[in-house]
Design a protein around this ligand. Structure first.
Ligand code: WTA
Length: 647
């Protein structure tokens, strides 16, 4: 292996950081030797409780008795922690700094204003009959009302389920039904890159199959004409005008549910990842402060969408719990031009910037000029999340965007983990481009081989975590067995992440990507099974097999092998129809990159599709197809190779 590059921590970064390397080592040691003592201390430091807990942790990773509980008996309210408790000291400080899709549009919302907005909306929800434990679906563009909606649910103990605004009506419907949401909060339309997203029309479509939804609260974003059902739909602004800004927070138990967020797995439909109140908030707050080295007054910008877990934890809950200034961006990185990110950084004097490798790669393609015509002097820290970052993109981010002046935190985590688990700390960790480096406090990663053996020292294999942390998901909503089977069966007694990883001689972790049938397309998680189900819904399709293929910008592209029914002719028109079919069923982010007509698929004699071979063909790694002798009909492979779709 070529010599590894290492970047030392700059002295000025060490000086201002909350945590230097000595402190990291000491605190890490303590956090794994005395986890309950460590987390009790942090829970008191980061969150205000109305009643103390009776037990710090109570857990078992044993599949027969799986349970994970933190701070049981402790009482708190998340919206109170994110809003009310800041009013005295920073009521007039900006909480949400909103930058519109149109660069001429922005606004600042103080903690006091956000508090009033959330209380009013909580009262609106109550008036519409929402009670503690009820599920509320939020299908919104990136506007402050999305954060207000989440916090309003938290205030009254309702469980929110945010559905990303890029999902189709079909996907929205599935999610509403799975958790029986009866209220939906949406907007007339969203705006991204000057294009409108028909959120209300999508909601109307979805709701034709959701008879239990009695209320749709609609934010007026664009003011365009939309269909209206007077029995069901109410305007956000009209309801708010009749609402009091006085709403006592519901006292919640640490283990009461806070939210459900659907995510894709290797099989079946997306699952509702359930996060609870106390542990999640403690974990969101501590990771936000220490990993982004947040100091009072810093302007912090995470470019994620609130529809994904990164938006939940690192736009809304972590920053607001810490009294931070959190920037929320409605637009896209390339509108009106490829300087937009860097212009926003200069405009708002952003100190901490957190984005995804796919955005970095897309902007890298535009060259250095769009970056270099901006100053970016306010930056103190850069971050990345969502997929492995290739060293080339890392170096570009570091040298071109950060002027080799500021550290990068490459943060590895998952919807399931609630917050970051493996990451550098800016004042403590020497950086290696492409490595997520070391575990955060209390996190115990390990690497296993395929046979279930724990590997030591330098090694590569499958990444597991051997004991819980407060932000861990508690169950799959409505299907605890699926939680057990998905995460705790492969390696008994351990949480299996679904990711592959390598550990180097310095104990640094390098995440190599998913080892299951989950795709990571532009940082969006998709199950190959979901795309396959969408394809076979088409009347001409007999069978479909979907795999990931390397993609220069998206990280992974979607490569589909489609077997048509006997007598159906393939054609360009049909190809387009199938692409549309997938977009309609799932959403535009699932648009297939390649569709290959496959008269036959490589199957074992027992009928199992050999995806390993399909992945290799899609990646054009043809010299190393592995053993094909166990195939029922090895000749199908030659046909697939001959008709490979080139990107
Ligand atoms: C991948 C996003 C490498 C990984 C927070 C994980 C990463 C999946 C990184 C979770 C990273 C996320 N380096 N891979 N820094 N961050 N991943 O649930 O495969 O949308 O399992 O959560 O993204 O995606 P999810």
């Amino acid at each position: 292996m070529s010599e590894e590059k290492i970047y030392d921590v700059p002295a000025d970064v060490v000086r201002r950081a909350h945590i230097d390397n000595g402190k990291y080592l000491e605190m890490y040691e303590r956090s794994v030797k005395d986890p309950d003592g460590f987390w009790a201390e942090q829970a008191r430091a980061f969150v205000t409780w109305s009643k103390p807990w009776s037990q710090v942790s109570n857990w078992s990773y044993d599949a027969k008795n799986l349970h994970i509980k933190w701070f049981e008996g402790g009482k708190l309210n998340v919206s109170w922690n994110c809003l009310d408790r800041h009013l005295e000291k920073r009521g007039n400080q900006t909480a949400i700094l909103w930058e519109g899709d149109d660069p001429r549009e922005d606004k600042k919302i103080t903690y006091r204003e956000l508090h009033a907005e959330v209380c009013k909306l909580a009262n609106v929800l109550k008036r519409r009959g929402v009670k503690k434990g009820d599920r509320v679906c939020i299908y919104m563009p990136m506007i402050p009302e999305a954060a207000a909606a989440m916090l309003a649910c938290a205030r009254i103990g309702a469980v929110h389920s945010v559905v990303f605004g890029g999902f189709s009506p079909e996907s929205l419907k599935d999610r509403i039904l799975d958790s029986d949401c009866r209220v939906v909060i949406t907007a007339d339309e969203g705006v991204r890159g000057a294009r409108k997203v028909p959120l209300k029309a999508n909601t109307d479509d979805a709701l034709t199959h959701c008879p239990n939804v009695h209320t749709v609260i609609v934010v007026r974003r664009t003011g365009d004409k939309i269909a209206w059902d007077a029995r069901r739909d109410v305007w956000y602004h009209e309801q708010m005008a009749q609402s009091s800004a006085d709403c006592a927070p519901e006292e919640m138990d640490a283990e009461d549910p806070l939210f459900i967020l659907y995510t894709s797995g290797s099989t079946g439909k997306p699952k509702g990842v359930l996060h609870t109140t106390g542990g999640y908030l403690v974990y969101a707050a501590i990771t936000h402060k220490l990993i982004f080295d947040y100091h009072d007054g810093d302007i912090y910008w995470c470019t994620a969408d609130v529809g994904w877990v990164t938006g939940h934890t690192y736009i809304v809950y972590g920053p607001l719990c810490n009294g931070a200034i959190t920037l929320m961006f409605e637009g896209v990185p390339t509108y009106p031009n490829a300087s937009r990110f860097w212009e926003v950084i200069d405009k708002h004097k952003v100190n901490i910037f957190y984005t995804a490798p796919t955005a970095i790669r897309a902007l890298m393609r535009e060259g250095e000029a769009p970056v270099k015509r901006t100053s970016r002097q306010s930056l103190k820290l850069l971050g990345t999340v969502g997929e492995p970052i290739n060293p080339e993109a890392w170096e570009w981010y570091y040298h071109v965007v950060g002027d080799a002046r500021v550290p990068i935190v490459d943060t590895w985590w998952q919807t399931e983990t609630g917050g970051i688990l493996i990451t550098p700390l800016p004042g403590a960790t020497r950086l290696k481009p492409g490595s997520a480096t070391r575990p955060f406090f209390g996190v115990m990663p390990a690497i296993m081989d395929d046979k279930g053996k724990l590997l030591e020292g330098e090694c590569s294999g499958n990444l597991v975590i051997t004991r819980p942390w407060p932000g861990q998901m508690r169950t799959v909503y409505g299907d605890h067995q699926r939680f057990v089977d998905t995460y705790f069966r492969t390696y008994p007694g351990m949480y299996f992440t679904g990711d592959g990883a390598r550990r180097d001689k310095d104990g640094y972790y390098w995440i190599t990507g998913r080892v299951d049938d989950v795709l990571n397309v532009s940082g969006h998680r998709l199950g190959t099974a979901e795309v396959e189900s969408a394809l076979v819904l088409h009347p001409t399709v007999a069978e479909a097999a979907v795999v990931g293929c390397p993609h220069a910008i998206k990280g992974q592209g979607i490569y589909c092998y489609v077997t048509l029914k006997v007598g159906v002719e393939s054609s360009e028109a049909l190809r387009k129809e199938l692409v549309q079919q997938v977009r309609k069923e799932i959403g535009p982010m699932a648009t297939p990159d390649a569709i290959q007509w496959a008269p036959g698929l490589p199957k074992t004699r027992s009928g199992k599709i050999m995806r390993r071979i399909l992945r290799k063909i899609a990646a054009n790694e043809l010299d190393n197809l592995g053993d094909t002798t166990t195939l029922a009909d090895p000749s199908v492979v030659d046909d697939l190779i001959r008709n490979r779709v080139r990107s």
